[in-house]
Design a protein around this ligand. Structure first.
Ligand code: A2P
Length: 330
């Protein structure tokens, strides 16, 4: 019989946590035991999973004592910094959705279809990348393999669900004419180039994450990459407009064929293009508006849309676990 795995979901009451639970069931992840953890605020809540009802436990230092094979974390950076090492030390492979561990040298930052091959049996803490970065590196990896990446310019249009329920509630409040609780400015009928905190450089942390994480995942430490990240009043689905300059001449037909044959990409040819509403609820990266950038050599533009809560967070984390199982690493 195929092996089944003991799984802990940390941050189970949050937006990504709830999506972990949905996606685990949809993909029939091979589970022998599951447990759900959140803060003390959630004690008393229950979660339905595969026809059974489970309690939500408060996350403590002893939560992992009974033994887990995988611990899926999405409970914020501070919680991850404190509890991920404990879970790993007790034998679980931690797949962490926060930004806490992503840029640490010894921690793999993984999008399975791009760099799943870096994972080994020794890895017990794996970082799940930033949502906009995940959907961007999937087509960028294809372009890099064919023509070599020289420079990437990102402009993102990001949904409020990227901020979890806090963002969703602010958009709903705005619709009712109420002031925001979480964002610095109203998001309803508005947009702002301000995602996460500002850094001294003038970039925001979200922009820095896209730049740094792209270089790390693609293993291109010297790649020239810049980003402007914008929050828009959409519930689910991030869009990224990309301008990409390559080292070698671009064969557009070859690239189209590679996108069409890629298992994780839906390619939109000609005048068709994806929108957040089209992609919400699926696990693929949608690519359209592919065209030459006529202003310079070896350059192109493309438009990339994905469900930020699924492929941009929960699904990618679960795909990391599935990859480890498939490769015999667990
Ligand atoms: P809780 O619902 O009990 O606050 P979101 O990103 O949608 O805001 O969700 C955050 C998730 O992280 C929630 O499940 C939240 O639980 C959980 N969480 C936040 N702080 C802690 C903490 N200190 N310990 C455990 N879970 C936490």
């Amino acid at each position: 019989m195929n092996r089944r795995y003991r799984v802990a979901v940390v941050g189970a009451t949050g937006m990504v946590g709830e999506t972990f639970i949905k996606v685990l069931q949809e993909r029939a992840f091979p589970i022998s035991k599951i447990a759900f953890f959140a803060s003390s605020r959630s004690v008393g809540k229950t979660i339905d999973f595969q026809g059974n009802t489970y309690p939500v436990f408060e996350l403590t230092e002893h939560s992992f004592d009974e033994g887990f094979d995988f611990a899926l974390f999405s409970a914020g950076g501070e919680t991850s910094l404190k509890f991920a090492p404990i879970a790993a030390q007790k034998g679980a492979v931690v797949i962490d959705n926060s930004s806490a561990w992503r840029m640490k040298k010894e921690i793999p930052l993984v999008v399975p279809e791009c760099n799943g091959d870096i994972l080994t049996k020794e890895h017990t803490l794996i970082a799940n990348p930033n949502c906009s970065t995940i959907q961007s590196v999937v087509p960028l990896k294809v372009i890099d393999d064919l023509f070599g990446l020289k420079r990437v310019i990102y402009s993102s249009y990001q949904a409020v669900s990227g901020s979890g329920y806090k963002g969703v509630f602010d958009l709903e409040r705005g619709k009712k004419g109420e002031a925001p609780n979480f964002y610095a400015k109203p998001i309803y009928e508005n947009c702002f180039p301000h995602i996460d905190d500002f850094l001294d450089s003038g970039y925001t942390k979200e922009e820095k994450k896209m730049m740094d994480e792209t270089r790390k995942i693609l293993n291109l430490p010297d790649l020239s990459v810049t980003a402007t990240c914008v929050r828009i009043p959409v519930m689910v689905g991030h869009s990224v407009s990309m301008n990409v300059e390559c080292v070698r001449p671009i064969d557009l037909d070859l690239l189209k064929k590679a996108f069409q044959e890629h298992q994780g990409i839906v390619f939109y040819d000609g005048k068709s293009y994806p929108t957040p509403k089209d992609v919400a609820g699926d696990d693929l990266v949608h690519v359209g508006r592919l065209r030459r950038d006529e202003s310079t050599h070896h350059a192109l533009n493309l438009w990339v849309v994905a469900d930020n809560v699924r492929k941009g967070a929960a699904t990618n984390a679960i795909q990391i676990a599935e990859h480890m199982i498939k490769e015999g690493l667990r």
